[in-house]
Write a new protein. Structure first.
Length: 285
């Protein structure tokens, strides 16, 4: 076995003064150590088994430095590797479980809110449908109510009844001839004629009498037309032509009780009876 040599450069004064010095080094001694065969543990001096730290995996090149600064050997750190791995795995599993649980809660909450939104949309659709049905039924009810009012008005109205003829007969002054009486809606138009003497006084008296009628609105009675006809050959000598007139009026809006009283005074028993029946059915305001 040859010797180990250490070559050292010594000298001063530049490259010319450098000299190479070779120093022999001793070979390392393995006295007292023995090596076991494959599958057996290494043996120390005297054939004893070495501790686990003597053949720990890895080469600790900073062992001396660790001793100087007071750190534990790398073999101790490697021995705690399994415990640290278990702790890290447990902590990681806990964190992962928490995140997974929170994610599941958020997902469940989202599904609940989604289901509630679906229910609200269904309720809103039902409410919209009910509003439409209510609107249509309300319009139908208004139409029926309007038809009922028209029927009631036609059944209890005095425009074409005997009560109106009776009232005009009572209010008509002597000497006036009524030619036509037209009732259209709430309006009444009277046309007639009268002769002298005092033809215009009779027309004014008729207007005043109509203003006192309970069937007519006293504020809506007016004389719209007055004229004297042209002389005719058929008239006797000394007789002047008649004076024609036109009066317009509006029917009064009477309460049912007042209307019933007026009808009874005028002797219109059939119309008064119809009015009583409509009151009993609640069809009158």
């Amino acid at each position: 076995m040859g010797a180990l040599w250490l070559v050292v450069a010594a000298g001063a004064g530049g490259p010319e003064g450098i000299a190479l010095v070779r120093t022999p080094l001793p070979w390392p001694s393995f006295k007292g150590l023995s090596f076991a065969g494959k599958g057996s543990s290494p043996l120390g001096a005297g054939g004893s088994e070495l501790p686990p730290a003597a053949f720990a995996p890895g080469l600790d090149l900073l062992r001396e430095r660790r001793r100087q600064i007071g750190q534990e050997p790398i073999t101790v750190a490697l021995a705690d590797r399994r415990r640290l791995l278990v702790q890290g795995t447990v902590l990681g599993s806990i964190v992962f479980g928490l995140v997974l649980g929170l994610t599941g809660l958020v997902f469940l909450r989202h599904q609940m809110v989604k289901a509630q939104m679906g229910q609200l949309q269904a309720v809103e659709a039902q409410a919209s449908q009910l509003r439409q049905q209510l609107g249509s039924r309300k319009a139908r009810l208004q139409q029926i109510s309007k038809i009922n009012q028209q029927l009631v008005s036609s059944l209890t109205g005095v425009r074409s009844s005997s009560a109106l003829m009776k009232e005009l007969q009572i209010r008509m002054p002597v000497g006036i001839q009524l030619l036509t009486a037209d009732a259209a809606g709430s309006a009444l138009v009277l046309r007639g004629q009268t002769f002298d003497p005092q033809a215009f006084e009779r027309i004014n008296a008729l207007q005043l009498e109509l203003q006192n009628s309970p069937l007519l609105d006293s504020r809506a009675i007016s004389l719209t037309k007055v004229e004297r006809k042209a002389p005719e050959a058929s008239l006797p000598v000394g007789v002047r032509p008649p004076v024609t007139f036109e009066l317009s009026a509006s029917f009064a809006q009477l309460e049912p009780n007042r209307q019933l009283q007026v009808l009874r005074q005028l002797g219109s028993g059939g119309l008064a009876r119809r009015l009583e029946l409509l009151q009993l059915e609640g069809l009158l305001p």
